[in-house]
Design a protein around this ligand. Structure first.
Ligand code: DGP
Length: 115
C-alpha cells in the first residue's frame, strides 16, 4: 500500500485544491507554486508513488493522465499555442510529492532544455 500524501488527500476531497478537471480515475488541479502562467498537476486517484512503481496494469491509467492534460490545455485555451507535460521521478528528477503526477505547463514559450 502506497503511503498517503497531500495529493491523495486532494484526490479524496479531504483538503481543498483549485480543481480544473476530474473524472472517475483522474484529478487535475492548479499547482500551488506555478512555474508558468498556467501550471496544472494531473494525478491518478490511485496512489502510485513514482513512475518506477507503475506496472503494466497502469498503462491505460497513465495514458489517461496525458489525455486529461490535453483536455485541460484545450479547456484553458492554450492547446494550439502549445504546452509541456512532465513527470518528475525521485531525487534527481526533482520529485517532492510521492504520488505520481503529470505537470502541465503553458501560457508562455517554455525553454528547452529545462536545466
Ligand atoms: P514534484 O516536484 O514533481 O513532486 O511536484 C510537486 C508539485 O506539487 C510542486 O510543483 C508544488 C506542488 N504542490 C505541493 N504541495 C501542494 C499542495 O498542497 N497543493 C497544490 N495545489 N500543489 C502542491
Amino acid at each position: 500500500m502506497a503511503e498517503d500524501t497531500i495529493f491523495g488527500k486532494i484526490a479524496r476531497g479531504e483538503i481543498p485544491a483549485d480543481i480544473v478537471y476530474e473524472d472517475d480515475d483522474v484529478v487535475a488541479f492548479r499547482d500551488l507554486h506555478p512555474q508558468a502562467p498556467t501550471h496544472v498537476l494531473v494525478i491518478p486517484r490511485k496512489p502510485i508513488p513514482t513512475l518506477n512503481h507503475a506496472v503494466v496494469e497502469d498503462a491505460a491509467l497513465i495514458g489517461r493522465l496525458f489525455l486529461a492534460a490535453a483536455k485541460v490545455a484545450e479547456q484553458l485555451g492554450f492547446a494550439e499555442d502549445g504546452y509541456r507535460t512532465v513527470i518528475n521521478c525521485n531525487a534527481d528528477g526533482g520529485q517532492t510529492v510521492f504520488h505520481l503526477h503529470v505537470h502541465l505547463l503553458g501560457g508562455r514559450p517554455l525553454q528547452w532544455p529545462p536545466g
